[in-house]
Design a protein around this ligand. Structure first.
Ligand code: AMP
Ligand code: ZN
Length: 472
């Protein structure tokens, strides 16, 4: 089976065919950078990282765009609260987000555009909508004329009447229609602003994604993703703006992750700092967090609790132990391996190939990470059984490690390997350099070398015959 993706638009699993063969343009709505991210935000961060990694595994070249919302109402409020400025708040929390993203083992996206760096494109986009009669200026704001886009509601499967009912007609005199949404907001006194044809102001929330997708990917994305809360109104508004302007679909596949709950309860503001990713990472490994996020299918709700974290730690430890045992065994057998293949090498290779195919089949079924993890554990059983044998063979150990590295390349559940041991020659060379440093009375360098060796587990001993070393 080729890769199939459940498309929120059609509500069906569809074979994945990108617009341009071999290339994928993928856009995921990113954070508003006014606070540290919480464990719920880590779900789309980790899941869409895996989507990107798997597409690369399949051989696609992926242009992965994640925006930073670095100006909006929440940013302005936070700056007021702290007596700071919007750009300062943005700098702080973009830095924190990047640190958290790296700590969680998510690869950096290809582009991470900021709203404040996309102002000319945003203003041009809004101006085009106004020129076409799809948007109107009113009291310094600009609104999208929702009635001009008959497909409004097609993603969230709501119709205009339902939406109208939902809004309960908050009367806003500036709007022609209650469902019209803001593209450009006139600045209130004291607020950060950019000059525009409609006066000083800043963009509404939805327009940035339409403008950035157009700038960094073109008229049609292959995949557009985000949390399920973004389907309406955010993605619906992106579709209205983009599609009414270009006449093309904004995205071929719409993907939405389900929500993470804590102890089976919806996350709420009162949870405070304890649920911030950086706090959790002080007591939990990044691999366990990734495991936990990937152990439920991305469209299902996911529960987070201390017990589930503990189980996740155990599971990733089993994966890591297996890798480490294979590596140790490999180091021991490499030198005296018989050259002729053993009788069942081909059988093992065939079984490992079958596991690789099974792993791909699970991932091809709408990124079925829980089942893909189960396949990884089958590989662990295969490896553990092999390690029981009195004679292990280099080629088989390498195959086991390669299959494991392939799965890890997609899911990222193994901790980085401990540093390799220093080879004997390198140790001898460092000791010679240290002796020379002492002779020339460069004691600082001599001490530095001693420390460096100690860090790598090498102990030095002064003897009448000269320096001797041993591994700890
Ligand atoms: P926000 O902080 O609300 O701007 O959200 C940033 C991203 O995290 C969006 O894609 C949200 O859909 C997603 N998100 C927020 N809370 C959760 C949660 N509890 N579970 C899963 N995703 C979430
Ligand atoms: Zn967006």
């Amino acid at each position: 089976m080729t890769l199939h993706i459940y498309n929120t638009m059609s509500r069906k699993s569809e074979p994945f065919v990108p617009l341009t063969p071999g290339k994928v343009n993928m856009y995921v709505c990113g954070p508003t950078v006014y606070d540290y991210i919480h464990i719920g935000n880590a779900r789309p961060l980790i899941f869409f990282d895996v989507v990107r990694r798997y597409l690369e595994y399949l051989g696609y070249s992926v242009n992965f765009i994640v925006n930073f919302t670095d100006v909006d109402d929440k940013m302005i409020r936070k700056a007021e609260q702290l007596g700071s400025t919007v750009p300062e708040i943005a700098e702080t929390y973009i830095g924190a987000y990047v640190e958290d993203r790296d700590s969680l083992g998510a690869k950096a996206p290809t582009v991470t555009p900021r709203v404040t760096d996309t102002m000319p494109e945003i203003i041009a986009f809004v101006a085009d909508l106004v020129d076409k009669g799809l948007a109107y200026e009113s009291g310094g704001d600009v609104y999208f004329r929702t009635g001009r886009f008959p497909d409004y509601g097609k993603l969230s499967h709501k119709n205009l009447d339902e939406l109208q009912y939902g809004i309960r007609v908050e009367v806003d005199k500036r709007k022609e229609n209650p469902q019209d949404f803001v593209l450009w907001k006139g600045a209130k006194p004291g607020e950060i602003y950019w000059p525009s044809p409609w006066g000083d102001g800043r963009p509404g929330w939805h327009i940035e994604c339409s403008a950035m997708a157009l700038r960094y990917a073109g008229e049609t994305l292959d995949i557009h993703g985000g949390g399920q809360d973004l389907q309406f109104p955010h993605h619906e508004c992106e579709i209205a703006q983009s599609e009414s302007l270009t006449g093309k679909p904004l995205a071929r596949y719409w993907m939405h992750n389900g929500f993470l709950n804590i102890d089976n309860e919806k996350m709420s503001k009162s949870l405070g700092n304890g649920v911030k990713v950086r706090e959790i990472l002080k007591r939990t490994s990044a691999q366990a967090i990734r495991y936990l996020m990937l152990s439920a299918h991305y469209r299902n709700p996911l529960n987070y609790s201390d017990e589930i974290v503990r189980q996740a730690e155990n599971s990733v430890e089993r994966l890591a132990n297996c890798r480490d045992n294979l590596k140790h065994r490999l180091a021991a057998v490499a030198k005296d391996m018989p050259a002729v293949p053993a009788e069942d090498d081909a059988e093992i290779t065939a079984r490992l190939e079958a596991l690789k195919q099974e792993f791909e089949a699970r991932m091809n079924d709408d990124f079925g990470t829980p089942d893909a993890i189960t396949v990884w554990f089958k590989l662990v059983s295969e490896a553990n059984a092999y390690l029981q044998r009195p004679v292990a063979r280099e080629n088989v150990l390498r195959e086991l490690l390669d299959r494991m590295a392939e799965m890890d390349g997609v899911l990222g559940l193994l901790p980085p390997e401990a540093e390799a041991e220093l080879p004997d020659e390198e140790i001898d060379a460092l000791i010679a350099e240290r002796a020379e440093a002492r002779r020339s009375r460069n004691f600082a360098r001599a001490d530095e070398i001693r420390d460096l060796l100690a860090e790598r587990g090498i102990l030095l001993e002064d003897t009448p015959q000269g320096i001797r070393w041993k591994r700890k």
